[in-house]
Design a protein around this ligand. Structure first.
Ligand code: AMP
Ligand code: GLY
Length: 441
C-alpha cells in the first residue's frame, strides 16, 4: 500500500515510524516531512497547507491512503478534496473539523448534547465583551474562536489584563479573523489530561491516556507552547475515572455526532480537566496531539495502518487495540527563545550517542544545505521551535523517565532548552536532581 502523510513535525515522525512496521506498507511519502522522517519516507517539498498541490500529488501517485497530521489542512477541507478524487483519507472532513477550528461550534455542541464542560458565553462585539468583564469571575478565561496555533487562550487574572487581552484580540486583531468571536469561560480547576480516541461512524475507541506539559518552564511556569513533553499511560487515571469518561463524555459525544450528521473519521483528541465535580471537556482537537502521540504510539502493539484503513472504511468496531504494558516518557528539546523568537540553522550533535532502543522523533529539523536533496552531505540542523522529542520506554514509569533524560542530555545544539520535570507528578519540587545535568551541557 502507498501511504501519504501530511505534516512535518514530531507527531508525523511518530506516525511514519509506526506505519513502517506494517507488513501492508509498500511505499511511504510525507509532505513536507523533516530530516528524521526522510529516513522512513520520501519527503515531498509541499507545504501542509497547499491543499490543491497535495491533492494533485496524491491523485497522480494513486495513493491508497492519505493521513492528515495537522489541524490547518483539516480545517481547509483537504479531506473533502481528496475524497472528491476517490482517495481514502484518515482525518475528518471540513464540517467535522469545526470541532477544533471553532470553539463556539464546539461549545454549542457540548451544551446541546449535555456533555460536561465549563460554562461559557460567545461575544462578537468588543463593546459588549468589555461590559462583561468578570463574567464567571477571575481569572477570566478568554478564547479566540478560531485556530491560533495554541496561543489563542488567555487566563486574565485582573480586569486590566482582561481589557488588554480583549484589545489584542478584537481591537488589534492579533489572531486575525480567528479572534473576531471571543468565548468567555468559567475557569475550571483540577488536573488536565488528554484522551485521544479513534472515531468512525459506528464506534469511538479511546487510546491509552497521556499527560502533556504545555508551559515552557518547570513547574508549569512561563508561556504556553505546543507541548514540551508527554508520558503515557497517565498516572492520574484509574478504571473508575475511565468508566466515568466513557459514560459522560465519549458516549454522548459519539451520539451527538450521529444526531448532528457529523461523519467523523479520524482522531478526536479530548482535552480534559479532572475537577472535583468529575471530568469536564476543555477542548476538542480533531487530530493526534503533539507530543502526546510520541508517547502513545510507541506503546501501541496493533498495526496502525490496519487501524487507519478501518477508520477510513467505518470498520473500526471490528478491531481491538493492543497496548504494551511498558511506560513511555517523551522529553521535547526546544530552540532557545521558544515559544518566542528563536534562530534556526543550529547544528545538532549527539544524535549518534543515543541508545539503540530510544526513539528520537524529529520536529523542527532539516539537513544542512537546502533540504532533503542535501541528505547525507552535511549534518542535521534546527528548523523550528520544537526541535526533537526523545522517547524512552521502560518497565516502570521511573525507568522510562530516567532513560529519556539520560539520552536527551547527550544531544546538543546551541540554545537547547527542555523541561526537567516531564514525568514528575504535578507540583512536586524534587526537580533539582536534573539541574547538574543541565549545567554540564
Ligand atoms: P485550549 O486551547 O482550549 O486547550 O486551552 C489551552 C489551555 O488553557 C488549556 O490546556 C488549559 O490549561 C487552559 N484552559 C482553557 N480553558 C480553560 C478553562 N475553562 N479553565 C481553566 N483552564 C483553561
Ligand atoms: N499537545 C497539545 C496539542 O497537540 O494540541
Amino acid at each position: 500500500m502507498k501511504v501519504f502523510i501530511i505534516g512535518g513535525g514530531g507527531r508525523e515522525h511518530a506516525i511514519a515510524w509506526k506505519l513502517r512496521q506494517s507488513p501492508k506498507l509498500t511505499e511511504l511519502y510525507c509532505a513536507p516531512g523533516n530530516a528524521g522522517i526522510a529516513a522512513l519516507a520520501e519527503c515531498v517539498p509541499l507545504a501542509a497547507e497547499d491543499t490543491k498541490a497535495l491533492t494533485a500529488f496524491a491523485a497522480e501517485k494513486k495513493m491508497d491512503l492519505v493521513v492528515i497530521g495537522p489541524e490547518v489542512p483539516l480545517a481547509m477541507g483537504l479531506t473533502d478534496m481528496l475524497q472528491a478524487k476517490k482517495i481514502r483519507v484518515f482525518g475528518p472532513n471540513k464540517k467535522c473539523a469545526q470541532l477544533e477550528a471553532s470553539k463556539a461550534f464546539t461549545k454549542s455542541f457540548l451544551e446541546r448534547h449535555g456533555i460536561p464542560t465549563a460554562k461559557y458565553k460567545a461575544f462578537c462585539k468588543k463593546e459588549e465583551l468589555l461590559e462583561n468583564i468578570g463574567l464567571f469571575g477571575f481569572p477570566m478565561v478568554l478564547k479566540a474562536d478560531g485556530l491560533a496555533a495554541g496561543k489563542g487562550v488567555i487566563l486574565a487574572a485582573t480586569a486590566k489584563e482582561a481589557e488588554e487581552a480583549i484589545e489584542e484580540m478584537m481591537g488589534k486583531r492579533v489572531f486575525g479573523a480567528a479572534g473576531d468571536t471571543v468565548i468567555v469561560e468559567e475557569c475550571l480547576r483540577g488536573t488536565e489530561a488528554s484522551m485521544l480516541c479513534f472515531v468512525d461512524d459506528r464506534t469511538i475507541v479511546p487510546m491509552e491516556p497521556a499527560q502533556d506539559y504545555k508551559r515552557i518552564f518547570d513547574e508549569d511556569k512561563g508561556p504556553n507552547t505546543g507541548g514540551m513533553g508527554a508520558y503515557s499511560p497517565s498516572l492520574i487515571f484509574d478504571q473508575d475515572l475511565e468508566d466515568e469518561i466513557r459514560e459522560k463524555i465519549l458516549a454522548p459525544t459519539h451520539e451527538g455526532f450521529r444526531k448532528d450528521g457529523l461523519d467523523f473519521r479520524g482522531v478526536l483528541f479530548i482535552g480534559l480537566m479532572i475537577t472535583e465535580e468529575g471530568p469536564k471537556v476543555i477542548e476538542f482537537n480533531n487530530r493526534f496531539g503533539d507530543p502526546e502521540t510520541q508517547s502513545i504510539l510507541p506503546r501501541l502493539e496493533s498495526d496502525l495502518l490496519e487501524i487507519f484503513l478501518a477508520v477510513a472504511g467505518n470498520g473500526l468496531a471490528m478491531h481491538e487495540l493492543r497496548w504494551s504494558a511498558r511506560r513511555a516518557v517523551c522529553v521535547v528539546l526546544a530552540a532557545g527563545g521558544y515559544p518566542g523568537t528563536y534562530v534556526n540553522g543550529k547544528a545538532i550533535s549527539g544524535l549518534d550517542k543515543v541508545d539503540a532502543d530510544v526513539l528520537v522523533f524529529h520536529a523542527g529539523t532539516r539537513f544542512a544545505g537546502d533540504g532533503p536533496a542535501a541528505a547525507g552531505t552535511g549534518g542535521i540542523v534546527t528548523a523550528g521551535g520544537r526541535v526533537l522529542g526523545v522517547t524512552a520506554l521502560g518497565a516502570t514509569h521511573e525507568e522510562a523517565r530516567a532513560k529519556a533524560y539520560e539520552n536527551a542530555a547527550r544531544i546538543h545544539f546551541e540554545g537547547v532548552q527542555y523541561r526537567k520535570d516531564v514525568g514528575l507528578p504535578p507540583n512536586l519540587d524534587s526537580v533539582n536532581e536534573w539541574d547538574s545535568a543541565d549545567e554540564a551541557e
